[in-house]
Design a protein around this ligand. Sequence first.
Ligand SMILES: [Zn+2]
Length: 390
Amino acid sequence: MKPDSFPIAIDLAARVRTAVAAELDLLLEDLATWVDVDTPGGDVGALDGLAHVLAHACERYGLEPECVGSPAGLYLHAGLRGTGNARVALLCHHDTVFPLGTAVARPFRRDDERCYGPGVADMKGGIAVAVHAARALAAGPRPFALLEVVSVPDEESRPGPPATLERLASFDAVLCLECGRPGGEVVSARKGAAWLRVHTEGRAAHAGEAPRAGRNVALALAREALRLAELDASADGLTVQITELEAGEGLNTVPSRGFLSADVRAATQADLAVVTARIRDFPAYDGISLRYEDLGGPPPFERTSSTTLLAEAAIWLGASLGHDFGEAVAGGVSDGSWTASHGIPTLDGLGPVGGDDHSPDEYVETDSFAIRAGVVAGLVAAVDAGLLAR
Ligand SMILES: [Zn+2]
């Protein structure tokens, strides 16, 4: 797909970059406000407080916010109607991994090049790009039918899909605003995870008086741990890690109960299916039963043809703004994994350029906000102009 097929996308990227750069102080003020409110996952009061603050900002900037209730807190969906055909979501989350008190201890701050603070990259900086790109687009032109800024309250801790995933099912594209990699790369693939537990039941007996009467699950679990570990690297990029191992009732008892847990990661759903089937295929252990428990896990975000088209477009839009970057495969998971595996064309890593997520060194590069807003706006216009049309 040639960039010159989409002059409107290149034009809009430049306009939005200029508009956001001209009011960068406003964006940074918003970001500081949002970073300085701690929003640990699970703290519904704190999360809903920030959801309302975000909703008000969206409303002020011309969007129509709606807060949708869920047990984990409010999901924000803020729409902007346009004059085109495409429906595109800008997907964010406003929970962080940091406990209450973090923002007081190390509030938002910036130096010449970077901004810091809890969640500044993961991913309040991404919310700032989404909201301010939408703000600039509200001024027109609006080459889309619907642009929806979405921010969820439970991305960091939820093992299943976002509560409002179905609302996005008919969207033409989802642009996920987790931060760009340190070199600016967008994210066009992520591994998926399968978390599982193997429960065992044997027979307890006195370890000294009647050891032969027992059926020892500790030995069975040890063999299972070694069998599973051998499946590590059985496909390209596939990993199997034993993460928990427990058995036994006491010092002088043949253990009759126990379990092990494993974390399995793979690049494709097919690889995950093959390896978990092999894990479930337990060998026989005399007098011992084994039971597989599926603990869920996010699916792989596979680099489909539509993801490839979005990534290529992001790269040429970046180049048109003088910002060269490539694409990357990420090890961690995001809600982009859920939208992509739901069949919605998805690209991730469109937030500001940054890194060191989940650590006190977390940062974003201040210069990257306006450029990423431009790339996001250009992608919306490119989708509307038929980038993903078959
Ligand atoms: Zn995140």
